[in-house]
Design a protein around this ligand. Structure first.
Ligand SMILES: [Zn+2]
Length: 691
């Protein structure tokens, strides 16, 4: 699935397609959740810990001690456990789907069965790449790159840059072409430049990985001599790849700079883009990717494209060929034979995230089917796991949360009425999307051939790429989803001003029909509040009710917002993610604002809807205590240090520990609920509050 440029998700999203495929997951560990009156998992609570000293340790101590990370995962939390349960359901659906007489169900079943056919995949090695490798070998000059880059892009290889479709930031009702920085194999541009020993070692390991993959490729397929006359050997490939990727990284914006939407908006005519990159013929490229006539394109980072142009103009053709071969084998690795899969996992799974074992094939195939045919598979998932009543119940909770947010906005002391009115207009325009799409995507034209796993994957990539191209120049369809129904996640899309909750996350332990309201509001309610608050975080607040990048704030109110946001930046910058790596307070600002605001409005909604004050005690906990425990327990997670490091350097979410303690320590109601006293760690002397 294509990662969207601007969308705010609830949990740490996979970094990129290749990494997502390399992302390991769990063995079957069917959830054991002891029943309790409150719905809380009492076995997770560490009675020896003091909730006022470390609430995460109190709520999740049992998880920390008794839920070791399975060998095939880099982290193991309640969200991953739910994902595991959803995957187990999907497996059953997929195994049955191969026998179905319904063409779409059959398609899904055939895709999965082909992916599971490991002997056939192993026998084919990397033969499926031969036609593209021959085209790369035939490249005679950088001038001939555009059609080749186009073909590689459509089949999923992210060479040099990214290209797709996105709502125009300043005219969000229309979809435009967008060209973005890209073309690197490490998770983010800073990986190419950090000079600490760990980072230097990681670059060395990446180089070794590139060389090994290229050596595998060299033995698996017929590599024609390059047009330069030099044999298309693979020795020294890493140096070439590093040189090219470092040049691309150097011209790329870093993760913090990319949080400023204005920095990513440079609308150009195709002629202006052409003038920026004289060596790369865009007309040929647009034709190659099947784009419709383009009158305007958002060139997110113009300096990146200038550097790209210089790079292709100054790099020997043989080096460009080496880079293209690497990116092709890298993008295809998970669908090639075992040596490629293992080597790919060795770097992206073990070195980068700390997973010890490759996840079982069926789990990988469930994930790839979800990624390539997600809405066809999602239909069956919804039928099983998300009844109409669940949708109605969730919608009711969403409306209560929106009502609380309205009360919150009306009561803010720091906001003047002019901005307040605009904030309310935006809030009232938020659209709620729950569970699954109203209109399902049509996979009719996508050909799935039983027994051709890599061909299916390539055709699915082309199909999705073409679907994106078809959106260009058309009105924005806000009914489309960026996550599939079984996904354990949620998002806010600022360009559409809507909140999206896939059926996959509206399951226990986030949401359970008929459970104690404290349980549902603490977990699912806080997720809903989180997404809603994204519309008003440091990025979201820059978009208006219609999704346009347009300033609706008075100068005084913008300043007041920034002052409050700075408190959050400073607070989270003080947290240590792992070893010597601190949480990046600027990178995580939007998520932290959403976590804090989300919990507050969920609490308001809970207290309003249930009038809990004086409510009865369940399992020994007051209603407010249960609310906070449910929130805390939704974040219980064990993570490997490699993953913690990677996420702290690249991901906008804070580590789970701080998503709990950072938030509750800002909330006076928490201190009251657990009788915490001033001076204790969970009671901040200066508590931060934006919303
Ligand atoms: Zn978020």
């Amino acid at each position: 699935m294509r990662r969207h440029l601007i969308a705010f998700a609830f949990v740490a999203l996979p970094l990129a397609v290749a990494l997502a495929h390399a992302q390991p997951a769990t063995p079957v560990a069917q959830a054991f959740r002891p029943a309790s009156e409150s719905g809380l998992d009492l076995s997770l609570i560490d009675r020896g810990a003091d909730p006022c000293t470390d609430f995460y340790a109190y709520a999740c101590g049992g998880w920390t001690k008794n839920q070791p990370i399975p060998a095939d995962r880099s982290s193991w939390g309640v969200a991953e456990r739910l994902q595991e349960e959803n995957e187990t359901r999907l497996r059953k659906i997929l195994e049955d789907a191969g026998k179905s007489s319904d063409p779409e169900t059959r398609k899904v079943g055939d895709y999965y069965a082909s992916c599971m056919d490991e002997p056939r995949i192993d026998a084919r090695g990397a033969a499926a790449l031969q036609p593209l490798l021959d085209k790369i070998a035939a490249l005679s000059s950088a001038r001939d790159l555009p059609p080749l880059v186009a073909e590689l892009h459509t089949m999923g290889a992210g060479v040099f840059f990214g290209f797709g479709a996105e709502a125009d930031f300043k005219e969000a009702s229309v979809v435009r072409a967008i060209a973005d920085q890209g073309g690197i194999g490490l998770p983010d541009r800073d990986y190419y430049f950090r000079d600490d020993p760990k980072s230097a070692e990681l670059r060395k390991q990446y180089g070794e990985h590139v060389n090994k993959m290229m050596a595998l490729l060299g033995t698996a397929v017929r590599l024609k001599p390059d047009t330069t006359g030099k044999a298309a050997g693979t020795a020294g490939a890493a140096d070439t790849v590093m040189k090219i990727e470092t040049a691309l990284a150097k011209a790329s914006l870093d993760v913090v700079a990319r949080r400023d939407p204005a920095a990513l908006y440079h609308k150009m005519t195709p002629a202006e883009l052409q003038a920026l990159t004289p060596s790369f013929n865009w007309t040929q490229y647009f034709t190659g990717v099947g784009a419709p006539p383009i009158d305007a394109i958002n060139v997110t980072v113009p300096d990146f494209f200038k550097a790209f142009d210089q790079l292709i103009g100054s790099t020997p053709v043989a080096d460009l060929q080496t880079y293209l071969r690497w990116q092709l084998v890298h993008a295809s690795a998970v669908m090639l034979s075992k040596p490629f899969v293992d080597e790919n996992f060795g770097f992206y799974g073990t070195t980068l995230t700390g997973a010890k074992e490759l996840r079982p094939r069926w789990k990988r195939c469930v994930q790839y089917t979800d990624s390539d045919l997600g809405e066809a598979l999602g239909k069956a998932f919804v039928r099983e796991a998300f009844p109409a009543s669940a949708k109605e119940d969730t919608l009711k909770m969403v409306r209560e949360l929106e009502s609380s947010m309205e009360t919150d906005i009306k009561g803010l002391s720091w906001m003047t009425d002019a901005t307040r009115q605009q904030a309310l207009v935006k809030l009232h325009a938020v659209a709620n999307k729950i569970g699954y799409p109203d209109r399902w995507r049509d996979y009719g034209p996508l050909q799935i051939v039983r027994g051709d796993a890599i061909g299916n994957s390539q055709r699915a990539n082309r199909f999705e790429f073409q679907r994106q191209m078809n959106r260009i120049g058309k009105p924005l369809d806000k009914g489309e989803w960026e996550m599939t129904p079984p996904t354990v996640n949620a998002y806010y899309n600022p360009l559409q001003n809507n909140i999206n909750f896939p059926a996959g996350i509206l399951q226990p332990p986030f949401y359970k029909a008929g459970a104690d309201p404290a349980f549902n509001y603490g977990a699912a309610g806080s997720v809903i509040g989180h997404e809603l608050t994204h519309g008003f975080d440091d990025e979201g607040r820059q978009f208006d009710a219609q999704g346009n990048l347009k300033d609706w704030w008075t100068e005084t109110d913008a300043k007041a917002f920034d002052d409050r946001a700075q408190c959050t930046v400073d607070q989270y910058s003080g947290f240590t993610a792992v070893d010597d790596v601190k949480v990046n307070g600027k990178l995580t600002l939007g998520e932290n604002v959403a976590d804090n605001g989300g919990l507050r409005i969920a609490l308001m909604a809970y207290l309003t809807s249930t009038g809990s004050a004086g409510g009865k005690t369940l399992d020994g906990f007051t209603p407010e205590q249960r609310f906070f425990l449910s929130y805390g327990q939704s974040w219980c997670t064990n993570s490997r240090p490699e993953r913690e490091r990677m996420l702290a350097q690249t991901n906008p979410h804070s580590p789970p520990h701080f998503r709990v303690n950072g938030v509750v320590s800002n909330v006076p109601e928490f201190a009251k609920a657990f009788s915490c006293k001033a001076g204790q760690p969970m009671v901040r002397a200066t508590s931060c509050r934006v919303w």
